[in-house]
Structures are given as structure tokens and as C-alpha cells.
Write a protein that binds this ligand. Structure first.
Ligand SMILES: Cc1cc2nc3c(=O)[nH]c(=O)nc-3n(C[C@H](O)[C@H](O)[C@H](O)COP(=O)(O)O)c2cc1C
Length: 309
């Protein structure tokens, strides 16, 4: 997930049981053109050996550039190149990249054939069910991908028009799985450990891809529900995660981009709105530390009150 699944977060997820890693997607145009963006792209593609198998995810709208860039990226050592066919962001999808590519399955087939021929490592894809309810062409798309060398398909069971909300149609994952001879990962509307098992049962998918449910709760990969992780443990992980991020990005930027993780690690304190709104303003480690300490104090007091009553 762009903006979230960077190297620190993926390492934490892997330690807790995730089966493979996908990098945040990278734009092949940026890689080909912008020198300025080179260091940002390098950070996005940083990974540890313990994360293998690791997939570099790419997107773009020019087939030749996708192939050329994928070929160059494989020299950085990923196990897989994954093609993003699911991004619904307007400036990406409406320019014909991400989910915009779903509109033309025949062209996708040709692209996959070129990628498979050009690369010495497997090519996989992440799709949605189609552009909108009137064009749910996921069977056609998955067939074109598989027939042209795609090694695995991750299916986000929503259309482009649905974005990230609304019901995910797991029956479509089951349909794809029942026809495919390659592994199929299911994705969408998995919030809890029970949801993981339910999706597997309902779709027979080979694996479950977890996105937002892992933010602030990487323990989902250890099959632990949110409620079973005490605030102390959550804050200990937040401290470690923050340290990894400041190590990677430097103290200033690391603290800035940790904010979106920080608020999710203290979901226990939903009622303490003020503390959460102060967390999203933290700009250095000392500020985070003081709020973590405050959170633990609030939690301690509320436990004491529960014991007394
Ligand atoms: C902030 C954000 C960033 C995302 N970035 C990516 C991305 O880079 N590549 C990708 O394939 N999907 C991306 N997604 C989509 C997720 O991988 C996933 O398909 C979607 O969130 C549904 O799964 P979930 O309900 O488990 O989150 C992103 C989603 C969000 C919310």
C-alpha cells in the first residue's frame, strides 16, 4: 500500500507472519524520467532478505516502458515483478494505468506475454473486478493474464468505481479461482482473523492479501485479533516502528510520516480524541514519547477504575 508498506512496516509484518511482501507501487515513468525521484524510488524498493519472496509492484500506461523498466528492476533482486491493474486513483486510472488497463483484456494479454518473455523472474498481477458494475470483466482479464504467463493473480474484489469502500464481492474471487490453474490471492473486506478464514472458505483462494487491517495491527499476520493486543504491547511496537522509520528517512521526515501509523497503534484509546489529535501533530521523537507515556497513564488509570468498581 502506497504510503504505508515501506521497508520498516513490511519487516514488522513479516516477523509477525506475513507470507510475502509487495513493495509500494512505483511509477515506471518516474523511474524512466525523473532523476529527482530516483532516491524516493530507491527507498520504496528497499527490502530485506528475510522478506523473500518479495514482489516489486509497478504501474504505468505505456507498455514498452513497463517492459523496459521491469527488465531493469529485476537486477535489483526482487523475486517477482507485479503489475498493478487495480489502482483507482483518478490521475492514474483515467490516464490508462492501474485499473485503467482493465478495459482492454486483449492488450493486457499482449503486455503479459512481453513481460514474461523479457523477464527471468515471474510476473504477477493485481486486478479489480472491472471498471464499474457494467463492465465486470474479471474472468476475461484473469484468463488473458494466465494464458500469457502470469504466475499469480491477486484479486481486489471491488470495481474501480467502488474505490476502497462498499461491499467486496468474494463470489467473484471464487469464480476466478475455480477457473484458474495459477494461485489466486483474495483481497478486500478482510478486517479480522475470522475474515481471513471466511474468505478462504468461501473462495478457496490460495492466500489472503491484507491491506488496511494491518495498519496499527500487524499482529493480524499472527492470527491475533486487535482486542487481544494490550496497549503496552502496541506502544512498544510503535516505538520500534518509529525508530526504524527515523533510521530510514531521518528524524524529521521519519517522524512526520509515522503520524498515520501512530494513531492506529493507539486504537485502544478511541475515546481519548484529544490524544489522537495531538499524535497527528508530533514532529519529533520526544513528542511521541510524551504522548505514548500519557496514553499508558490513561490506560493505567482506567484499569484501576475498572478494578475498583
Ligand atoms: C492508502 C492506500 C494505498 C494503497 N496502495 C496500493 C498499492 O500501492 N498497490 C496496490 O496494489 N494496492 C494498493 N492499495 C489497495 C490495497 O492493496 C487493497 O487492494 C485495498 O485496500 C483493499 O484491501 P483491504 O480492504 O485489505 O485494505 C492501497 C490502498 C490504500 C488504502
Amino acid at each position: 500500500m502506497d504510503g504505508f508498506t515501506d521497508w520498516p512496516f513490511r519487516v514488522i509484518c513479516r516477523e509477525l507472519g506475513s507470507a510475502m511482501s509487495y513493495t509500494e507501487f512505483v511509477n515506471v515513468d518516474e523511474i524512466a524520467h525523473a532523476r529527482r525521484a530516483a532516491s524516493a524510488v530507491k527507498l520504496k524498493l528497499k527490502f530485506s532478505e528475510m522478506e523473500r519472496p518479495v514482489a516489486f509492484q509497478i504501474y504505468g500506461h505505456v507498455d514498452e516502458r513497463l517492459v523496459e523498466t521491469a527488465r531493469a528492476l529485476q537486477d535489483l533482486g526482487p523475486d517477482i515483478i507485479d503489475l498493478n491493474l487495480g489502482c483507482a486513483i483518478r490521475k492514474i486510472a483515467e490516464r490508462g494505468a492501474g485499473a485503467g488497463m482493465l478495459k482492454d483484456p486483449a492488450r493486457l494479454g499482449r503486455l503479459l506475454a512481453s513481460l514474461s518473455a523479457a523477464l527471468r523472474i515471474p510476473v504477477t498481477a493485481k486486478i479489480r473486478l472491472g471498471w464499474n458494475d457494467r463492465s465486470r470483466n474479471y474472468l476475461e482479464v484473469s484468463k488473458a493474464l494466465e494464458e500469457n504467463g502470469c504466475a499469480l493473480i491477486a484479486v481486489h474484489a471491488r470495481t474501480k468505481e467502488q474505490g476502497h469502500s462498499g461491499p467486496a464481492d468474494w463470489s467473484a474471487i471464487a469464480e476466478i479461482k475455480s477457473r484458474a490453474r495459477i494461485p489466486i490471492l483474495g483481497n478486500g473486506n478482510v478486517h479480522t482473523v475470522d475474515d481471513i478464514e471466511a474468505m478462504k472458505q468461501e473462495t478457496q483462494c490460495d492466500g489472503v492479501m491484507i491491506g488496511r487491517a494491518a495498519i496499527g495491527h500487524p499482529w493480524i499476520f499472527s492470527r491475533r485479533e486487535k482486542e487481544s493486543v494490550p496497549l503496552e504491547e502496541s506502544i512498544a511496537m510503535a516505538r520500534r516502528h518509529l525508530g526504524m522509520m527515523t533510521g530510514l528517512y531521518g528524524p524529521e521526515f521519519g517522524c512526520l510520516i509515522f503520524r498515520k501509523h501512530a494513531v492506529r497503534y493507539v486504537h485502544h484509546l478511541v475515546s481519548v480524541g484529544k490524544l489522537r489529535s495531538r499524535l497527528v501533530l508530533c514532529s519529533n521523537v520526544a513528542e511521541y514519547e510524551s504522548l505514548f507515556a500519557e496514553a499508558l497513564k490513561i490506560e493505567g488509570k482506567s484499569k484501576e477504575m475498572t478494578r475498583e468498581s
